[in-house]
Design a protein. Structure first.
Length: 93
């Protein structure tokens, strides 16, 4: 699945970080750098960083978010995952 660009993010589907993406922890969350397309993304939530690190261990993106994020913040985190998927940081698992 290398080079797959996700145009429609489905929270019910399984995803993982693209193998060419690294996360560097920062006080605000993390920097995500994609060595393939050279994109840099700011991940501005430590909870979202944890979701990204465990994403492939869950049957879906929504399940990963549900396991780590309070209910009131889940929509925001799913939108952030959709943006990361659209920029190539996530690939289907």
């Amino acid at each position: 699945m290398r080079g797959v660009l996700i145009t429609v993010f489905d929270p019910a589907a399984a995803y993982r970080l693209d193998p060419r993406v690294t996360l560097r922890d920062e006080p605000f969350g993390a920097l995500a750098y994609h060595y393939g397309n050279r994109r840099l993304s700011f991940v501005r939530s430590t909870a979202l960083v944890e979701v990204l690190r465990c994403l492939e261990r869950h049957p879906s993106a929504a399940a990963a978010v549900d396991s780590l994020v309070p209910a009131a913040e889940r929509g925001r985190h799913l939108r952030a995952l959709a943006a990361l998927a659209g920029s190539g940081m996530l690939v289907p698992a």
